[in-house]
Design a protein around this ligand. Structure first.
Ligand code: UDP
Length: 194
């Protein structure tokens, strides 16, 4: 069940249903998954940039992150159930990973922010296994970085490189991974690091 806005198909579910009927079962089955949390900026960027649009369209799920997306859907008379902020989704996924003992990789953010995120996760979600982490201010297509994620075989990969980098990175390297939930979460590491 989706609502299409400017060629981007938005999943029309509450956050709770999305997690319980889609993401948690996929994590339990170790089924690979690409999630985009799209705000109006992402939609506008996709309109101007064909390869970025293709990256977004290659995702398994695009969720509406931003009041502007909900307004556009309502205006089209195909309202979306609710806004799903990327930060909230990240926290819910970390809670699930904590309880289930899943492994997570943290890619992106400034060096000190990335380090602080690891400390916060260890403190707030002690059941999470840290599969690895790397800041987002080097050549992200460097084979070393991609291979590090590959070798770690994480259950979840949080990618905080801002747009369009995070979705482009996931779309470009996705075929190399056999499992993992990949999600672009923008500035969420900055918030978690405090
Ligand atoms: N970021 C990064 N590498 C970059 C650019 C940004 O790791 O080359 C990180 C940045 O530190 C922040 C996140 O990506 O944690 C989101 O960045 P920003 O707020 O600039 O992006 P947007 O709000 O446009 O998604």
């Amino acid at each position: 069940d989706t609502v299409t806005i400017m060629d981007i198909p938005f999943m029309n579910l509450t956050k709770k249903d999305f997690l319980y009927y889609h993401l948690f079962p996929r994590l339990n089955r170790q089924q690979k998954c690409f999630v985009v949390t799209a705000n109006p900026e992402i939609v506008m960027r996709a309109r101007e940039d064909k390869s970025y649009k293709e990256a977004i369209q290659s995702a398994d799920y695009v969720v509406p992150d931003g009041a502007g997306i909900l307004k556009a859907a309502k205006y089209k008379k195909t309202p979306l159930q609710e806004r799903i902020p990327g930060y909230d989704l990240m926290l819910d996924l970390l809670k699930f990973a904590d309880v289930q003992g899943l492994s997570c990789y943290f890619l992106g953010g400034k060096d000190y922010v990335n380090e602080k995120v690891i400390l916060e996760v260890e403190k707030q979600f002690p059941g999470v296994k840290i599969a690895g982490h790397h800041h987002g201010y080097s050549d992200m297509d460097d084979a070393k970085i991609v291979e590090d994620v590959q070798k770690a075989e994480p259950d979840l990969v949080f990618v905080a490189l801002g747009l369009p980098r995070q979705e482009n990175w996931i779309a470009k390297h996705y075929h190399r991974f056999s499992k993992g939930l990949f999600i672009g979460i923008g500035g969420s590491f900055d918030v978690l690091a405090g």
